[in-house]
Design a protein around this ligand. Structure first.
Ligand SMILES: [Zn+2]
Length: 121
């Protein structure tokens, strides 16, 4: 399965189906992993508001943000959320992680996609 990222606004125009946690998923599905709109399993992979605001204001460095986000990822993984995400997307061709960030800029979805690709699944 391909794991990629997209900007939320652009992805919405494509009207791709959201990852369902109750129905089978196939083809390409999108998962919102933003602090603002992330729900369900997506929320478990979202940064905190404090991190988002910290980076925006310049009070938090990107390195500190990445380290905090790694902790969030490891906590989600320890809770079984990574395995559940792979189970939910087992029959999917592509999982697209959504965030507000434009392409080519630092974004937690780039970290998340890279870490998910490294997981055995
Ligand atoms: Zn982002």
């Amino acid at each position: 399965m391909l794991i990629s990222r997209a900007q939320l606004a652009r992805a919405k125009k494509l009207k791709l189906p959201k990852l369902s946690e109750t129905e089978p998923n196939t083809g390409t599905v999108v998962l919102d992993v933003t602090a603002k709109f992330g729900v369900g399993i997506g929320k478990l992979f979202a940064p905190t508001w404090q991190m988002v605001m910290g980076v925006k204001s310049g009070e938090m460095s990107l390195a500190a943000y990445a380290a905090r986000y790694r902790d969030i990822y490891l906590a989600a993984r320890a809770s079984g959320a990574v395995q559940r995400l792979f189970d939910l997307t087992r029959d999917c061709e592509e999982l697209i992680l959504l965030c507000f960030c434009s392409d080519g800029r630092f974004c937690h979805t780039l970290l998340l996609a890279a870490w998910l690709r490294q997981e055995p699944h």
